[in-house]
Design a protein around this ligand. Structure first.
Ligand SMILES: C[S@@+](CC[C@H](N)C(=O)[O-])C[C@H]1O[C@@H](n2cnc3c(N)ncnc32)[C@H](O)[C@@H]1O
Length: 197
């Protein structure tokens, strides 16, 4: 079992290895391939907003939420500098109204943590913010790599299929590596492309 992460403290002390500063390569690949169709996007746990800004830059209408005010302040600055419009919100996605349903849901490094805190609450959220046909791209830590301590929480293929399969068709399940802000540290990850049943 992974320890609960104090995200506010992680941002306050700069211990945020996930914050690579570049759009995630899997998100970019699927956008370039035209796989994520629609107009409206909800990003859950957007951190400092790099991917939300990339989505807005490509013409999507983006709502992005994070628990941590400091992260959202950085995200707003990033959007301003990029001349991109994103509706950023500070809050807990499990409790705060985030509207929807959305055409596309995106998370990088959030499903793999929230499933440990409140899987049922997270599954209920997924149902609320999507409709049949909505896409979801989730990027998550991958249990197929043994690591000591450092790195994201991990999930197995079996867990993904059991937890997400009832509500979503799993369209693509690929292994890749997260890019971090630590040179050479690239933990194994899952790229999970899903479509709401
Ligand atoms: C591993 S970080 C990834 C951040 C960002 N997606 C990225 O790739 O840089 C997980 C993020 O999810 C946020 N988060 C965790 N639980 C959340 C919740 N219940 N509601 C909103 N945000 C949450 C954290 O504050 C943190 O910024």
């Amino acid at each position: 079992m992974t320890e609960r992460v104090d995200f506010a403290q992680r941002y306050a002390t700069g211990q945020i290895p996930w914050d690579s500063g570049i759009p995630d390569e899997e998100l970019v690949r699927l956008l370039d391939d035209g796989k994520l169709t629609g107009q409206t996007v909800l990003e859950i746990g957007c951190g400092t907003g790099t991917n939300a800004v990339e989505l807005a830059r490509r013409g999507f209408q983006v709502t992005a939420i994070d628990l941590v005010g400091q992260a959202i302040r950085s995200a707003r600055d990033k959007a301003r500098r990029a001349n991109a419009t994103v509706e950023f919100r500070v809050g807990n996605v499990l409790n705060d109204g985030v509207g929807g349903p959305y055409d596309i849901l995106f998370d990088r490094g959030v499903y793999h943590g929230l499933r440990l805190d409140d899987l049922k609450g997270f599954q209920e959220l997924l149902r609320r913010v999507t409709r049949p046909g909505s896409w979801w791209l989730s990027l998550a830590g991958n249990a197929n790599e043994k690591r000591d301590g450092e790195g994201p929480p991990v999930v197995t293929e079996q867990e993904i299929r059991a937890e997400l399969g009832p509500l979503f068709d799993i369209v693509e399940l690929r292994e890749y590596r997260f890019t971090t802000n630590q040179n050479g540290f690239r933990p194994l990850a899952w790229s999970i492309l899903m479509r709401r049943k």
